[in-house]
Design a protein around this ligand. Structure first.
Ligand SMILES: O=C(O)CCC(=O)C(=O)O
Ligand SMILES: [Fe+2]
Length: 310
């Protein structure tokens, strides 16, 4: 932890996908976000894009301020693209970052014993977002507002104090070359340290826009103020795949159990199924008939199932 800062200058950092995970974690704690270059191959991005293209084209216009009317979205991506699942959701760097920030370990008295429970993160939401020419910037916001995450002001990240500070985090993987001009996500570095009530309102002049090649990924803590930028081009469509994860005991934004048909869930591997929510958050969130929800997918295993303490 002590020698890492000297390797990096101030401001948003761009690191290769084989950068030490400690560096990525350190920079996220310092800045709230980081760009990992070449996290996904351009071939895999193109395959995922082909898988979601029809849904993007069929999207209805948004009526409201959160998305400009020029933006198209495709959601429920785990129902649409196994390439997206394997190369983005289950990407080892993304998974390591999620495990670090979003695993909750608690010890409670249970009779005369102290019992530790470990709750692992799972999917919050999966959306491909394409901002068309003329699309205005989104209001700057914290995605952690979704889960009512109220924060105090801190001057810098403290691993012990802040172990449960963030409730979720997200990754924007570039589906094309992403620039400030075509609506790249803008964010305020360091704003994850701000309190909820702090004013005045977040200001776009404090933002930086990660510029990315296809396959690069911007990973951010969800308390960072950010938003899709304005697309000032006349002919560019900014495509990004947004993947969010959340602590295992909080409610998902995109309901995976209803969004993904069970036959498609069964096509994913066990780890992906767990990350979708077919898994219990210890000690006791998510059971079906008092058993791990995996038995809903594989009832043939029920004969060996036992009802046990949570
Ligand atoms: O499209 C983007 O760059 C950001 C989208 C976003 O922040 C959101 O939908 O919450
Ligand atoms: Fe957002």
């Amino acid at each position: 932890m002590t020698i890492i800062p000297q390797k990096y200058g101030p401001g948003l950092q761009y690191v290769p996908s084989n950068a030490p995970i400690e560096d990525i974690l350190f920079l996220m704690k310092r800045d709230g976000g980081i760009v990992v270059k070449g996290l996904v191959s351009t071939e895999d991005i193109d395959k995922a894009h082909a898988d979601v293209r029809e849904a993007l084209d069929g999207d209805a216009e948004w009526n409201g301020d959160f998305f400009p009317k020029e933006t198209k979205r495709a959601s429920s991506l785990l129902a649409k693209s196994s390439t997206y699942a394997k190369t983005q959701v289950m990407n080892p760097v993304f998974q390591a970052v999620c495990a670090h920030f979003l695993t909750t370990r608690s010890t409670f008295w249970w009779g005369d014993k102290q019992k530790e429970s470990v709750s692992k993160p799972y999917i919050q939401s999966t959306t491909a977002i394409e901002i068309g020419p003329g699309g205005k910037a989104q209001p700057l916001h914290r995605d952690s507002y979704i889960n009512h995450n109220i924060l105090t002001e801190v001057s810098e990240w403290d691993d012990v104090r802040d172990r449960t500070r963030e409730c979720s985090l997200g990754m924007m993987a570039a589906g094309c070359k992403v620039t400030k001009q075509n609506g790249g996500t803008q964010f305020i570095p360091g704003s994850h340290l701000w309190s909820t009530e702090r004013g005045p309102s977040p200001n776009a002049k404090d933002c930086v826009t990660p510029e990315m090649d296809k396959g690069d990924a911007f990973i951010m803590l969800s308390s960072v103020y950010h938003g899709g930028g304005e697309n000032t081009t006349t002919d560019q469509y900014r495509l990004a795949f947004a993947t969010f994860a959340i602590r295992g005991y909080l409610r998902q934004e995109e309901n995976q159990y209803l969004a993904i048909p069970r036959e498609v869930v069964k096509e994913h591997d066990r780890e992906t199924q767990q990350f979708m929510g077919y898994y219990m958050s210890e000690p006791a969130c998510g059971y079906v008939e008092q058993l791990d929800p995996i038995y809903v997918l594989y009832p043939e295993l029920l004969k060996d199932a036992k009802l046990e303490d949570f």
